[in-house]
Design a protein around this ligand. Structure first.
Ligand code: NAD
Length: 293
């Protein structure tokens, strides 16, 4: 049976590492890393994500700043707040919670964030640098960075291996493929128009699945011994559960864990890594801005 890649545990370790470093920096130079979060509108899920990020900051000693803007505010108003944070020396990371209301242009907003404070790594220049050989972005998007961190911490070799990323979204699939390529894997991307996804995926030593379709990837898609990182978070009805549903990934865990060499569970795999990476990016930013080693 596959080794379980315990993202919950790794995320706790990373949070603890961040907490220790935050305290060390505060002691040495009196600087506390600060993260600013801008939320537009009142989507329940976005409110929950923002609250979780705030709580996570508090737990490791990172200061958080929050701005809530109404759904019908203008793009200029959002950009004005971003610019205030750009020039605020106590803020080292700025993130705009997505999705934005449909009357706004994501690119205009993301472009306004200083690339040196873009802890989500969504600024087009940071994405562009991620795609270029010999260049490095200031920040890498948190979820794909978390996937790579899991591979590294579980000793999965990447160099020269074949990797398949299923999904090509701007926030997960595309940057995950770029990161694997930067780490010298040979990368294929499987998406909604791909023919023979099963055959292509079966060639992979490493699979990152970020689709949003419950149990899409079956045991037969997987090369024996492969490492499987399942980013998907999907709900399926389950009357036996108190809430009437349970969470599953994009990978059929029961089948895949019999074939794979290592696999992330859902929940408890990639999920907890995202916020841990956000904290780590914020710390990294404060260190870079204050030239603290
Ligand atoms: P998205 O909807 O933006 O993108 C999905 C991608 O999957 C698209 O590129 C599409 O081409 C591809 N796709 C759709 N159907 C497919 C199919 N049948 N076969 C192959 N590819 C197909 O989704 P996203 O934002 O990238 O998120 C993907 C999943 O990851 C979701 O379940 C989401 O909830 C989860 N997610 C988890 C975290 C986390 O763990 N912290 C963060 C972000 C997203």
């Amino acid at each position: 049976a596959a080794k379980i890649i315990n993202g919950k545990l790794v995320a706790e370790q990373i949070r603890e590492e961040v907490r220790v470093e935050v305290a060390r920096m505060k002691d040495a130079i009196g600087v506390v890393p600060g993260l600013a979060v801008i939320l537009v509108g009142s989507r329940r899920d976005s409110q929950t994500y923002v609250r979780n990020k705030k709580n996570a900051c508090e737990a490791v000693g990172v200061k958080s700043y929050e701005v809530n803007l109404p759904e019908d505010c203008s793009e200029d108003e959002v950009i004005k707040h971003i610019e205030t944070f750009n020039s605020d020396p106590s803020v080292h990371g700025i993130l705009v919670q997505l999705p934005l209301p449909s009357h706004m242009n994501d690119e205009n907003i993301l472009n306004a964030v200083s690339i040196e404070k873009d802890v989500d790594g969504f600024h087009p220049l940071n994405i562009g640098r991620l795609a270029m050989q010999g260049r490095d972005p200031f920040f890498v998007p948190c979820t794909p960075k978390g996937c790579m961190e899991l591979l590294h911490r579980y000793g999965v070799e990447i160099k020269g291996k074949r990797a398949v990323v299923i999904g090509r979204s701007n926030i997960v699939g595309m940057p995950a493929a770029l990161l694997l390529q930067k780490a010298n894997a040979t990368v294929s991307i499987v998406h909604s128009k791909t023919k023979n996804p099963e055959e292509i995926t079966r060639q992979a030593d490493i699979v990152i699945a970020a689709v949003g379709v419950a149990n899409l990837v079956r045991g037969s898609w997987i090369k024996p011994g492969a490492a499987i990182i399942d980013v998907g978070i999907n709900t399926v009805d389950d009357p036996a559960r108190p809430r009437g549903y349970r969470l599953v990934g994009d990978v059929c865990y029961e089948e895949a864990s019999k074939v794979a060499g290592a696999i992330t569970p859902v929940p408890g795999g990639v999920g907890p890594m995202t916020i841990a990476m956000l904290l780590s990016n914020t710390l990294e930013s404060a260190k870079r801005i204050h030239k603290f080693e």
